[in-house]
Design a protein around this ligand. Structure first.
Ligand code: NAD
Length: 464
């Protein structure tokens, strides 16, 4: 078996050999990546099902089809994206200097990906690295072992092994990888590990992309003009995808009731209707394994079950946890205070706490106190409310009247701010794995224009 050091050395040699630089090589690898997902779809879907109990339809529309589509788009757009181009400048003096920029690959990248979307979250940076002309190592999560092994197998068969490698393992292997020098590290996972990754990266001054998590709030306008049924359906949809184990999953709901006692019952009824429409049979969500993912591990299941036991809130929908299948019913909990256990860590599961506050001012205060999340979700059709929340909240993205589906827009960069991370994913991964190289070419014939810069600096020249 090749050691981590050997893999690292081989990839640096490949990069130095310049085989990854031609656009044709990069496009071929991107097309191979698309082929890998197209031809390997059955293996990949069954790995997702084995590791996460992922519903087949969800596997295709969130991971497999997306990977094919985006690899093809990247291959198509690459020549335009990578082309050298002129830079517009203000001063007449500089125009003849031919200011231009081009994107250059950073070199050899390390991609560390998590278990919750094992293919999507590995593929976005892989596409970025290939498009940029980098070599890379992927370290998939050991917590989705079937997916990690499927990726290792397929990458070995479809992509150029001189430039693209998968290293399997857990903390020991990741630590060994992080001890080496990389030209970029793209990490997706939790903020605690991100701190140690930043520390390791700093030893080599390696730039990082950190795609982290946090508590993404949903703010719901209680006015009668807001279609509560649709809002509840769209919020519950985001919470049920992968059983809420998504970095951009709606974490908690804040409703400014303005002391109207009718608001909460109306919201709860809407959630019940949405739930019944998603899981129509009498057994509810737990009777629909084809529509509800498992919780990723027993550890996470126990953590979520403990949150449900210790919350001081009142469960108004769901609440059942089935140890045998590791599934938890999508659950809505009302009467939750800011100091409740559900408002501590990121929930990362299908449990939605609801906080009632008096006004939008209070809602903004709660959201700002919780942190700077990946996304702020707002349900309102009032442009004034939207403007207030746009101006007074901070997050990587801002999404009105929908949850989760912003991820479908490849061209929209996504990522965090503050505690939720730095750098951007989706199409923007190409930028993460490259740098802008600026260039000028000053004509020798323009020497008279340059005379002013040269010493000796006479008083006459200084006055001029
Ligand atoms: P995880 O446990 O799979 O860990 C992620 C990666 O870190 C794995 O490859 C793992 O092997 C590695 N790792 C684990 N311990 C390590 C250590 N001590 N040192 C070095 N590497 C180590 O996944 P996770 O962290 O539980 O993922 C869930 C978190 O990730 C949540 O907070 C979620 O919000 C966040 N997340 C963010 C995004 C995003 O795009 N922003 C996407 C998905 C998940």
């Amino acid at each position: 078996m090749t050691s981590i050091e050997e893999t690292h050395r081989a990839l640096h040699e490949t990069f130095s050999s310049r085989i990854t630089l031609p656009i044709a090589w990069r496009q071929h690898q991107l097309l191979q990546l698309a082929r890998m997902f197209q031809e390997g779809h059955k293996l990949l879907a069954s790995a997702l099902n084995a590791d996460l109990g992922r519903p087949t339809l969800e596997s295709y529309f969130t991971e497999i089809n997306t990977a094919v589509d985006r690899s093809l788009k990247a291959a198509r757009d690459l020549p335009r994206w990578a082309a050298e181009h002129d830079v517009e400048v203000d001063e007449d003096l500089f125009r003849p200097w031919n200011p231009r920029i081009r994107r250059e690959p950073k070199g050899v990248g390390l991609i560390i990906s998590p278990w919750n979307f094992p293919f999507f979250l590995a593929t976005m940076p892989i596409i970025g690295a290939l498009a940029a002309g980098c070599c890379w190592v992927l370290k998939p999560s050991e917590l989705a072992p079937n997916c990690a092994s499927a990726l290792g197998d397929l990458v070995g068969r479809y992509l150029d092994q001189r430039a693209c490698r998968v290293v399997q393992g857990g903390v020991e292997q990741t630590t060994a990888l992080l001890d080496l020098r990389w030209d970029h590290i793209f990490y997706t996972g939790n903020a605690t590990i991100a701190r140690s990754i930043s520390h390791k990266a700093a030893q080599h001054l390696t730039p990082t992309t950190l795609e982290l998590g946090g508590k993404c709030p949903v703010l719901l306008d209680p006015k009668s003009t807001c279609n509560m049924d649709l809002a509840a359906k769209r919020i519950l949809f985001g919470k049920c995808q992968n059983s809420g184990q998504i970095c951009v999953s709606p974490d908690y709901l804040v409703i400014p009731t303005y002391d109207d006692p009718g608001v909460l019952p109306r919201v709860v009824e809407s959630f019940k209707r949405a739930y019944d429409s998603f899981y129509p049979s009498s057994g509810g969500a737990l009777a629909h394994p084809e529509s509800l993912s498992r919780i990723g591990s027993l550890r996470h299941f126990t953590r979520l079950a403990s949150l449900l036991t210790h919350t001081k809130g009142r469960v108004v929908l769901g609440g059942h946890a089935d140890l045998l299948s590791l599934r938890i019913q999508p659950t809505v909990v009302v009467g939750v205070g800011e100091d409740d256990v559900l408002m501590g860590e990121e929930i990362f599961g299908p449990v939605l706490p609801v906080l009632e506050v008096g006004s939008w001012e209070e809602a903004v205060r709660v959201v700002r106190r919780v942190g700077t999340p990946l996304v702020t979700y707002v349900f309102s059709e009032d442009e004034g409310v939207k403007a207030i929340l746009r101006e007074r909240t901070r997050s990587g993205s801002l999404v009105f009247n929908c949850t989760f589906l912003q991820m479908a827009v490849y061209e929209l960069p996504y990522g965090g701010v503050g505690e939720s991370g730095s750098g951007r994913s989706n199409k923007a991964c190409m930028e993460e794995f490259s740098y802008v190289r600026s260039q000028i070419d000053v004509p020798m014939a323009m020497e008279s224009h340059l005379e002013i810069f040269y010493p000796p600096y006479s008083e006459e020249a200084t006055r001029a």
